[in-house]
Write a protein that binds this ligand. Sequence first.
Ligand code: NAP
Length: 250
Amino acid sequence: MTGRVLITGAGRGIGLSIARVLARDGFSLALVTKSESSATRLRAERFVVDADAIVVAFDLADDAALADFVTKWREPLWGIVHNAGICATATLADCEHDPWREVLAVNLEAPYRLMRGLLPSLARPGRIVTIGSQLSVEGRAGYGAYCASKFGLIGLTKCWAKELGREGVTVNAVCPGWVDTEMTGNDVARIAAEMGRDAASFKAEIADPLELKRFNTPEEVAELVAFLMSDKSSGITGRAWLMQTIWNQQ
Ligand SMILES: NC(=O)c1ccc[n+]([C@@H]2O[C@H](COP(=O)([O-])OP(=O)(O)OC[C@H]3O[C@@H](n4cnc5c(N)ncnc54)[C@H](OP(=O)(O)O)[C@@H]3O)[C@@H](O)[C@H]2O)c1
């Protein structure tokens, strides 16, 4: 079965790869980005034209914009991929920065509000995939807000699986470790700079303890999402699919 899949954060990185792989598999797309520039880029992609994609730009952290989007939404959806996410760090002792509200708003509240608003449009059976992280199951110093949001997303995934299973809707989380994207590049460069290190050699050092000795690619994450979006995964729900381990700093 194919139909339309809504993907948040489809402008780049993992979300863009998910869009490309799902289009390859015959799904129509509804793509959400934050910026108009990402939306314009997506509209220019050939797959978008071929797959008749809907592309919308709005800020998922803006309650009014999100409410407006779900109120106006009319298209049936086979699935939703809650992929959009941001990462901002601050330790408990950091009195200057507190990213709690912005991180929780995008990573946790937005999936919750989107699900409530779009539920009437969701097919039965249907598919929901949330994008967690290795930090959905482990802590890391300075990542309190991000970890809380990603742990919370697994909680929602498991609750929704129980609420919707009777109707044939599966709900699963994909939890990557390090993935080569803009988010990761910024993260690695920032940590390296804080340590006075060169970003490339620091990245190689992070990759060394990983099982595959390298970061995952966005395409590898997208292939797992594609499986969970397909008919083949009809018997799997409420699971968090962990990819590689992460570098476990204090
Ligand atoms: N990269 C990793 O190593 C890694 C590891 C584990 C988990 N993850 C998770 O995977 C997901 C995707 O990560 P990524 O690395 O691909 O991220 P990314 O490259 O930074 O892309 C994020 C996407 O989300 C959109 N977005 C961000 N804030 C938004 C907002 N307030 N409203 C609407 N859209 C918003 C961005 O829109 P614009 O394009 O318009 O800016 C962009 O398209 C996230 O949930 C992240 O936590 C990533």
